[in-house]
Write a protein that binds this ligand. Structure first.
Ligand code: PEP
Length: 263
């Protein structure tokens, strides 16, 4: 991450929740109240369903909570029914875009589409949060190969000057929405592995620019250990981001962690 960026990133992915604009407003206002307006070393991003974005932009005026999108189309405009472009998202306040979430990969999104989306977002100077992760773990460590292949495909043609806009989210699929979490040691091992790939591809300076998040059943109960022992740069959070209390508690755990571990 660049030297001026906050130390950690905590991003909520609401997926296809909550069911109405009224309940989305209530959730965002509760998160806003819990987070407060103070300057913080934890960047907070919420990715609501696309249709709620204009209203979410209206009720999060302070920049303390940034807005994310759950997906984007790589083209600027054209005959792509149901899709949204980067400029459309930016025009309603979005700065961070999730790319290649495992639920989209499972629905058929290909490495090529993910590559194109990464290109579009990084060229457009928005933050690309690129998700990688294995569906299962085996005794032979083949999951490292899976993550490496996903990363190399997504990062093909990425220019070093774009790295400050790149975030990687390691999200083991078996941990998403299941209540199972990677251990802090597992998260740490994968962080080192991802860093090695970034270093091979872009050189050592990449490590200061690219954040590596963990996602997969993050909760207030496991967040501190994942930061402390996993040494991740923050979280991508599904289920717990729909509970204002849990989400804001995780942000506070991040703030305490940064305070107690000044670098
Ligand atoms: C996710 O979907 O990116 C995710 C991490 O979900 P959960 O926190 O619910 O496991």
């Amino acid at each position: 991450m660049s030297n001026t960026a906050p130390k950690l990133l905590v991003m909520g992915n609401w997926k296809m929740n909550p069911p109405t604009i009224g309940s989305a407003k209530e959730l965002m206002l509760d998160i806003r109240k819990g987070i407060g307006r103070h300057k913080s070393e934890v960047e907070v991003v919420v990715a609501p369903p696309t249709v709620y974005l204009p209203e979410m932009e209206r009720i999060t005026p302070s920049q303390r909570i940034l807005l994310g999108a759950q997906d984007v189309h790589s083209e600027k405009s054209g005959p792509h029914t149901g899709e949204v472009s980067l400029s459309m998202l930016e025009s309603v306040g979005v700065s961070h875009i999730i790319i290649g979430h495992s639920e989209r990969r499972a629905a058929g999104e290909t490495d090529l589409e993910i590559y194109k989306n990464v290109q579009t977002v990084l060229k457009g100077k928005a933050v690309a949060v690129v998700c990688v992760g294995e569906t299962h773990r085996d005794a032979h460590g083949n999951y490292f190969g899976v993550v490496e292949a996903q990363l190399r495909a997504a990062l093909r043609d990425v220019k070093p000057m774009w790295l400050k806009y790149l975030t990687i989210a390691y999200e083991p699929v078996w941990a998403i929405g299941t209540g199972e979490t990677a251990t802090p040691e597992d998260a740490h091992e994968m962080r080192l592995f991802i860093q090695k790939i970034l270093m091979d591809r872009f050189g050592r300076s990449a490590l200061k620019k690219v954040r590596i998040l963990y996602g997969g059943s993050v909760k207030p109960q496991n967040a501190e250990a994942l930061l402390q022992e996993g040494e991740v740069d923050g979280f991508l959070i599904g289920g717990a981001s729909l509970k204002a209390k849990d989400f804001t508690e995780i942000v506070k755990i991040g703030e305490r962690y940064v305070k107690n571990n000044p670098s």
